[in-house]
Design a binder for this molecule. Structure first.
Ligand SMILES: Nc1ncnc2c1ncn2[C@@H]1O[C@H](COP(=O)(O)OP(=O)(O)OP(=O)(O)O)[C@@H](O)[C@H]1O
Ligand SMILES: [Mg+2]
Length: 290
């Protein structure tokens, strides 16, 4: 049951956040096994990493235990969570090739309740190495079985392509969360992604769901933004979150400080939007899986 909006302290900052209080059943998707959500869109620069970092932070702020898995060789989620290259000893690559357990590849971030499996430089070569391996599409799924009840959510940030790395993420996931930038070809890209999800559901991961589509970098004064948003809502209905992430310069500044925007500037519109999105995600998880 969701209680009313209350003042909650954002962990580690002492800063109050207007985060909806929730009882244990809501803040935690399941006491048994974490819900694995992949943030995916084969289109580049649409806000996948920004969403992974800030949704993870907002979920952690309401008391969920969250693990971010950086499945992108660009490593932007790792950098944005303040884990620079010199701190990345083991990472997603080691999970995929079976050289480390999740526990061994995980490190804490500055956000309480939020841990990270970082992307290391060798992840860029992992695709080639995986091709000849057993269960090549299931490597991440197999690795994540060992996290058991350590986390409530695992958020996987994926690269801008539908390659074998992304495929591993989609096979490991319970649901896909798609950030979509409101621009001209958005719907075409989305249709392609939905077809891929469907194919994976039929062949490799029957329980894969679409958690939802979040409109990102929206500029309410721009007619194209509004037209595309209306089209996407017409096409997907309730699968589109009510929350829209606005284009906000504070969101783009935060990664260079190695911080989620929620820690960089809690009160800016971008932070508030990600807090709203976390509420919606938690509510959907509760509705679908409790
Ligand atoms: N709401 C926002 N307001 C302003 N800038 C944003 C917002 N969301 C993302 N950005 C900026 O847009 C750029 C692309 O965002 P991001 O890296 O999250 O996209 P991505 O989909 O992960 O990209 P890639 O496909 O390369 O992995 C970044 O510079 C980011 O800081
Ligand atoms: Mg990214």
């Amino acid at each position: 049951m969701i209680s009313s909006v209350s003042e909650t302290t954002l962990p580690g900052t002492g800063a109050p956040a207007a985060v909806e209080a929730s009882d244990d059943g809501l803040a935690r998707a399941s006491a048994r096994r974490p819900r694995v959500l992949i943030i995916a869109n084969q289109k580049g620069g649409v806000g996948k990493t920004t969403t992974a970092i800030n949704l993870a932070t907002a979920l952690a702020a309401v008391g969920s235990r969250v693990l971010v898995v950086d499945l992108d060789p660009q490593g932007n989620a790792s950098t944005g969570l303040g884990v620079g290259h010199n701190r990345r000893e083991r990472g997603t690559y080691d999970l995929l090739i079976g050289r480390a357990s999740v526990h061994e590849a995980t490190q804490h971030t500055d956000v309480p309740n939020l841990d990270l499996v970082p992307s290391t430089v060798d992840l860029a070569g992992a695709e080639l190495e995986l091709i000849d391996m057993d269960r090549r599409e299931y490597r991440l799924r197999d690795a994540l079985t060992t996290v058991a009840s350590d986390y409530d959510y695992v958020l996987v940030d994926s690269p801008p392509s539908l390659n074998l790395l992304t495929l591993n993420g989609l096979v490991a996931a319970d649901a896909v969360l798609v950030p979509l930038q409101c621009e001209f070809f958005a719907l075409e890209g989305l249709t392609h992604l939905l077809r891929t999800i469907d194919r994976i559901k039929r062949n490799l991961n029957p329980s894969l769901d679409l958690q939802g589509v979040v409109l990102t970098m929206a500029d309410g004064r721009n007619n194209l933004t509004n037209m595309v948003a209306a089209d996407v809502r017409g096409f997907l209905g309730e699968k589109v979150y009510n929350t829209v992430i606005p284009r906000n310069v504070r969101v783009s500044e935060a990664p260079s400080h190695g911080k989620p925007v929620l820690l960089y500037d809690l009160r800016c519109p971008g932070s508030q939007a990600y807090i709203q999105l976390a509420r919606e995600v938690i509510r959907r998880e509760a509705e679908n899986h409790e």
